[in-house]
Design a protein around this ligand. Sequence first.
Ligand code: NDP
Length: 344
Amino acid sequence: MASPVRMTISEVHALCMRGLIAHKLNFESAHALANVITAAERDGCRSHGLFRLPHYIDSLRYGLVDPETCPKLLPSAGSAVRVDAQKSFGALAWQLGLPQLVSKARQNGIAAYAVYNVFHYSALWHEMEDLAKEGLVGMAFLNSKSFVAHHGGSSKIYGTNPMAFGFPRGPDQPPVVFDQASAVMARGDIMMKEQQGDSIPPGCALDAAGNPTTDPAAALEGAQLTFGGAKGSNIALMVELMAAGLTGMPWSYEARQECVDQNSSVPTRNGEFVIAINPEMFGGTSEDTTKRLEELFEHILADPGTRLPSQRRYSSRQISETEGIDVDSKIHQAIMDRIQTAEE
Ligand code: NDP
């Protein structure tokens, strides 16, 4: 196996920019997306880092995403913030909606962001970190193309349907954030296992005939399973209703039907819904509350074997900042191949 390519964080960002600009993506969108991909690579969230860049590029090459299109803010009443991504990527849409979401949440105690016609495809934790930096609690829901069965079945009904949650802490502490797929495994992780020739754990997927499998290739053909049986299915259903039901965007199985190549890994047209809560309006940011939060975390962490969600990411971030990032050579090559073809 070829050795990984050691890169600094800014080199990763520059590689993303080169790949996206070579495929004519407009600068603003490319920059926003490069930030998100680089942050994932930096934080050790490899399934949403450079691994995704060839798929983003392919969605430009196949004409799924118009490289010149930018999202636009829609008129929104009350606590609602609405952005039509106009079939562009999610990162710039989020940047556009965020200031209004923060301002409406501060003013009203609670506000919500809905994005329509978005090719999202990224992790959600960075959105929760953006809200937490503003002192806001956040919850995000995103559906995608169907890969996951409802508990008891074997048809592809849901996307891997992630949801994320962020809660700000005192001034010197990074927020508590979790961000998780409703499937046992994120699809990107199964794809990476396939690339690396590894098997997947039992209980993650069914093959195309509906039988349990540990072969990633068979899992990618068949249906993924939700975590926690029926309870995970219910979470996937909630995410579907929040992301696609509230926005009127395609259900995950409809998003699959819209794909030219239904088994390809390019993103699909979906909706996302994010709730932002201002704790100040509910009495939740006094010194007393901050102290209480820290007491809870200390209490949890006093138990050996525990850690808070996002702790792993924050540690990876520190290591990447000082030591750089080892990028898988196959992924690096796949990106370079596309860049060279486009730049020729
Ligand atoms: P993981 O299973 O890796 O982690 C889920 C969450 O649990 C993370 O917040 C993680 O924090 C936390 N966690 C893990 N282990 C522990 C532990 N021992 N104690 C406390 N918390 C823990 O994530 P998934 O594989 O489910 O999802 C990966 C990513 O894929 C997500 O970012 C998600 O948004 C993204 N995704 C995107 C989709 C899209 O369509 N755009 C579709 C599906 C998924 P930590 O990070 O610190 O380990």
